[in-house]
Ligand binder design. Structure first.
Ligand code: BT5
Length: 248
């Protein structure tokens, strides 16, 4: 990694999506390590063309990541995991809240989704880059008024008062830099172990809503590429993509 993530930050009032803006800028030659933030996103993106609600008060940011020796495509699944661990750790450090990670791309506080992560790959001048999009409900309450309200939360609703977005952003970037170094040095085991320690999914009964099937069983572990290993009556099924529903 040539530059530290966050060595430069471009701040916008309002954009469609920080991931989209960062992708455009990256295609025009923006230096890896740059971060894009926006106060509001009008077309925030979730996975699989879903919408991500992004009103003022949340932390909406995207980070352009490059690895010196090229990014190993197989390890793409580690990006949301390392971003999730970074966010959960930052929330614990700053606010002492009960934060943890849910496979594959969520951060929970007190069991509810506070943050979603969207990792994307792109190639610029034959170089593989990755965009890590991080969306956190911070000073924007979400426990009323949305169709996802019953399963989501925000920092302000859990912590009881408004917090400074820059403080959270800086701590997340420090945490993300630490894990990006591990990615660079191919210290994948440490990335996995760190995620396991913060995991709220492992050991639970889950239903995975995969693109073509539904799988129910006990979430046993993650493999070396971040796929979830689910024990369905003694048979281990590997899940690469899907939504995970905690049943307990
Ligand atoms: C995610 O997708 O959780 C990835 C979200 C990534 C958002 C960041 S913000 C910065 C960057 N720029 C972008 O455009 N995106 C990234 P997924 O797991 O598919 O979850 C999407 C689902 O979460 C939606 O279908 C809703 O049900 C729910 N949802 C939408 N907005 C939410 C919010 N603000 N808080 C909690 N849940 C939300």
């Amino acid at each position: 990694m040539n530059r530290k993530l966050g060595f430069k930050t471009i701040r916008y009032e309002s954009v469609t999506s920080t991931n989209e803006v960062l992708r455009k800028l990256a295609e025009e030659g923006l230096e890896p390590g740059t971060v894009v933030t926006a106060k509001v996103q009008t077309q925030g993106k979730g996975r699989m063309t879903r919408k991500w609600e992004s009103p003022e008060g949340g932390l909406w940011m995207s980070v352009l990541l490059e690895t010196e020796n090229g990014f190993d495509n197989e390890k793409f699944g580690l990006l949301p995991l390392m971003a999730g661990s970074s966010v959960a750790t930052a929330i614990i450090m700053e606010y002492d809240l009960e934060a943890g990670v849910k496979w594959p791309n969520d951060v929970l506080v007190n069991g509810k989704k506070v943050c979603g992560i969207l990792g994307e790959l792109l190639t610029v001048n034959e170089k593989q880059l990755a965009i890590i999009g991080i969306g956190i409900n911070v000073n924007n309450p979400v426990q009323k008024g949305y169709d996802f309200s019953s399963v989501s939360t925000s920092v302000v609703e859990e912590f009881g008062k408004k917090v400074k977005l820059e403080v959270l952003e800086n701590t997340i970037l420090e945490e993300l830099n630490f894990r990006a170094e591990l990615l660079e040095t191919k210290d994948y085991d440490k990335i996995l172990e760190d995620w396991r320690n913060l995991s709220e999914t492992l050991g639970k009964k889950v239903t995975i809503h995969a693109p073509k099937e539904k799988i129910t069983g006990i979430a046993k572990d993650i493999d070396e590429n971040g796929s979830l290993l689910v024990d369905t009556d003694g048979r281990i099924v590997k899940v690469i993509v899907g939504d995970c529903e905690h049943l307990e």
